[in-house]
Ligand binder design. Structure first.
Ligand code: CDP
Length: 226
């Protein structure tokens, strides 16, 4: 399939499989894949380790904002890095998941992440997933997908993913975390999670990845005539 130089923005609720879908799209279309959530998770890990967020999620915003200027957060061979250190495993923990949505409400954190994301999108041929890609980061994205799925199915999928990595999580804790994040993400003041007016909804509760790819190829060929 000869796909034109476009940006594909995938937004939606927690654990709907946005990143798995985006990775496969990137491979199939030879696009660059960018996981915006990983950057929010990276800032969160940095804030935890350096005392900018307390156990009750009180954030030292001026301190964090100042420290961000020196934070070398980037993508590398094995995922997300701070400087030379690969932080991919740590950022997927429930501890980080429990603090990432409060951190992502901070306007200064959002501008830090947005700046990095827009840099990557300059050349198009990018698929990016997150909460505000189609509404704020790339409102001019040529294809916007809004993903959703039944919360219990999402929790089961995420728990299985975490268990496969050796993290012995309880389904109730995972479900609680994703519902809390959905609430905070949808209700924050800066760039809340909302469906862009021109986004296409994909409810994948009962779809396999193959079903999703069939769906996507139809959408792309209808819209771009390829
Ligand atoms: O993979 P999962 O759906 O669990 O979440 P993620 O994409 O890794 O994002 C983690 C958190 O980062 C979200 O719950 C949001 O609070 C925040 N986020 C955001 O605010 N804006 C984005 N574009 C991406 C993530």
């Amino acid at each position: 399939m000869q796909v034109p130089d476009i940006i594909i923005a995938i937004d939606g609720y927690s654990s709907t499989g946005k990143s798995s879908f985006a990775k496969i799209i990137a491979k199939e279309f030879s696009f660059l894949y960018l996981d915006s959530g990983a950057l929010y998770r990276g800032v969160t890990l940095f804030a935890i380790e350096n005392g900018y967020i307390s156990d009750d999620c009180t954030i030292d915003v001026p301190g964090l904002d100042k420290a961000l200027t020196g934070l070398d957060l980037h993508f590398g061979e094995d995922g997300t890095y701070i400087g030379e250190r690969c932080i991919e495993k740590e950022i997927r923990s429930l501890e980080v998941a429990g603090k990432v949505s409060p951190i992502a409400t901070v306007a200064e954190v959002r501008s830090f992440v947005d700046m990095k994301l827009r840099e990557f999108g300059k050349e198009r041929r990018v698929v990016m997933d997150g909460r505000d890609i189609g509404t704020t980061v790339f409102p001019d994205a040529e294809l916007k997908i809004f993903m959703t799925a039944d919360p219990m199915i999402r929790a089961e999928r995420r728990a299985a993913e975490m268990r496969a990595k050796g993290d012995d999580v309880k389904i109730e804790d995972v479900l609680k975390n994703l519902q809390e994040r959905d609430y905070i993400d949808s209700h924050r003041e800066v760039s809340p999670l909302t469906q862009a007016a021109d986004a296409i909804v994909l409810d994948n509760s009962h779809m396999t990845m193959d079903d999703q790819m069939v769906w996507l190829r139809n959408v792309v060929s209808e819209r771009f005539g390829c």
